[in-house]
Design a protein around this ligand. Structure first.
Ligand code: 5GP
Length: 132
């Protein structure tokens, strides 16, 4: 990943890598098993599912992480994206008995793909939130 320095050189903000796998899916360069799409979001099945239902919801805009999205996306994009996540859960029929949302952000979280995404897990009792 390349970096941009601020004009004063005091902070370094990572720049968006247009070649990340989700950017390629959004462009149609890579296939995905699509579940839902609107002007704000795309949802598709994870290629390596960790639960009977494991879906990724990604914003259409170029945001690296939750931190980037929450601080720089417009209110319209944020509202549209959150509503899309809810629509995906409704479309999957998992509101009962429930589901888990997760957004890995940054190194300690093990975020692998540098395009903001929310994981939606469902389809069985999911157990405690983190293994010790
Ligand atoms: P992260 O660790 O960044 O939160 O999660 C990235 C997720 O993207 C992983 O669960 C991984 O299985 C999924 N993933 C990586 N490459 C692809 C791909 O090409 N297609 C799909 N559908 N999922 C992918």
């Amino acid at each position: 990943m390349t970096t941009n320095s601020s004009s004063k050189g005091l902070s370094v903000k990572p720049s968006y890598d247009d070649d990340n796998v989700f950017a390629r899916i959004l462009r149609g360069d890579l296939p995905c098993q699509k579940i839902y799409e609107d002007e704000f979001a795309l949802a598709f099945y994870d290629i390596n599912p960790q639960a009977p239902v494991h879906v990724l919801v990604i914003p259409k805009g170029q945001y690296i992480s939750f931190s980037d999205f929450s601080s720089t996306a417009s209110s319209n994009e944020i509202a549209g994206f959150i509503r899309a996540v809810g629509s995906v859960a409704g479309k999957l029929g998992v509101e009962e008995p429930g589901y888990r949302l997760l957004a890995n952000t940054g190194l300690d979280s093990h975020q692998e793909v540098q395009h903001f995404h929310i994981h939606l897990f469902a389809g069985k009792p999911l157990g405690p939130m983190l293994t010790r």
